[in-house]
Design a protein around this ligand. Sequence first.
Ligand code: NAG
Ligand code: NAG
Ligand code: NAG
Ligand code: NAG
Ligand code: NAG
Ligand code: NAG
Length: 382
Amino acid sequence: MVNARSASSLLGAVLLARHGDRLEFFQDPTTYTPTETYITPLGSQQEFQLGSFLRSTYLTPSSLSYVNGISTQLADINQVFVLADAGGGGSVILNSIGGLLQGLYPATPESTITLANGTTILGPLGGYQYIPVHSVEPSTVPYLNSWTDCPVFDAHTSRFYSSEAFFQKAEEAQPLLDALAPFLGDRDRNFTNMIFDFVNVQLVHNATFYETFLPTLAAQAYGFANYHEYGVFTDSSASGIGSIAAQTILSYILPALQGIVDDSNALKLELIGISYKPFISLFNVTEAVDTHPDIAGIVDYASVVALEVFETGGCNDEPRVRMKFRNGTSTDQFRQLFMFGKTDLSVTDLVDKLSGIVVGTTEKWCQACNQTTARGCSAYQN
Ligand SMILES: *[C@@H]1O[C@H](CO)[C@@H](O)[C@H](O)[C@H]1NC(C)=O
Ligand SMILES: *[C@@H]1O[C@H](CO)[C@@H](O)[C@H](O)[C@H]1NC(C)=O
Ligand SMILES: *[C@@H]1O[C@H](CO)[C@@H](O)[C@H](O)[C@H]1NC(C)=O
Ligand SMILES: *[C@@H]1O[C@H](CO)[C@@H](O)[C@H](O)[C@H]1NC(C)=O
Ligand SMILES: *[C@@H]1O[C@H](CO)[C@@H](O)[C@H](O)[C@H]1NC(C)=O
Ligand SMILES: *[C@@H]1O[C@H](CO)[C@@H](O)[C@H](O)[C@H]1NC(C)=O
């Protein structure tokens, strides 16, 4: 039997989305233990825009990237699976996903139900549909927030902070840190402390700061933060603990790619709400940074990475996967990133290349981190 093929050959995609603008977020530089933070209306707008962008890309039949056969108005929860990191500062990522979903599947008059007594009820807000979001709680499931409570990771971070390269960078950053002094109050100016987030949040939310601060300093602070976070969230080997953020998120990504390929599985879109860390780690372990050195750093708020699964049209060809990236909301373009030096790979090849580093059970995570008590790890002690 020959299927009529539409213009698009997309079978589906795994989407990784960063949260939107939030209030200040302090992370302990040695353990990355976060403080509570909250989404702002700006952040919700960024996420809503991201959702609208994804809707026009994947849910619009005239789009070249339309996901074949996906339900476009009413979400089919067998086709769309949504997860969000509930750690990393509390509700901010869950709330971001909420905003994104409002743009991805906006209110529709089709969102109704007819009751036993014959009355038809429209969802609130003109037919808004509430798509289930699986909240990934770091206290019980480590996969989206795998670098906290992880002593081996802390040791890796300390090693990075005491490396020769880091000391050199800290020296380079000293003039900037001195220039920042008047703005930092009693905040620690040590380079191990990421002042970039403070600067960024103040620039967006503090009028006095906005008026007096030199924009060139903000760009410099971003550059140093990129160096800092890339060093923390990568490792010289993809299986090293510095890559734990990628190793754990891959335990969702790889099965989702296989699920999209599998005809007996309805899955078409898997959406994963995260912080910036897994992006850094994933760009490193897929060797995307080798081809695109400029992506070695922090992605902007409401960034997205799409792993698109497509068919080539050849009868015996296996479905393939390519990676696309949109860095925040200041661009309306996806940029294609190479993985392992290639524009795309068969799903089987990608799984083969990466499955060896996956940390996909709590027990494996406990071992990798040398964690014996927190996050359910005590269950694996004799
Ligand atoms: C039908 O049931 C709904 C929900 O209980 C109620 O709001 C509505 O008034 C009922 N309609 C009629 C005609 O009884
Ligand atoms: C920064 O803090 C670390 C850890 O507390 C310390 O070892 C290092 O000497 C400090 N560096 C500077 C420049 O103060
Ligand atoms: C806003 O920035 C100014 C200038 O750096 C600073 O003095 C003030 O404390 C900041 N306000 C808040 C609420 O952070
Ligand atoms: C990943 O990052 C490490 C630095 O932590 C670097 O040594 C390695 O070359 C990077 N991998 C790739 C493929 O660029
Ligand atoms: C994202 O864009 C910002 C500028 O808005 C840039 O500083 C940053 O390096 C970019 N991040 C990546 C991963 O490309
Ligand atoms: C793991 O942690 C224990 C203490 O909880 C320590 O004695 C041991 O040396 C650690 N092992 C490794 C490989 O870090």
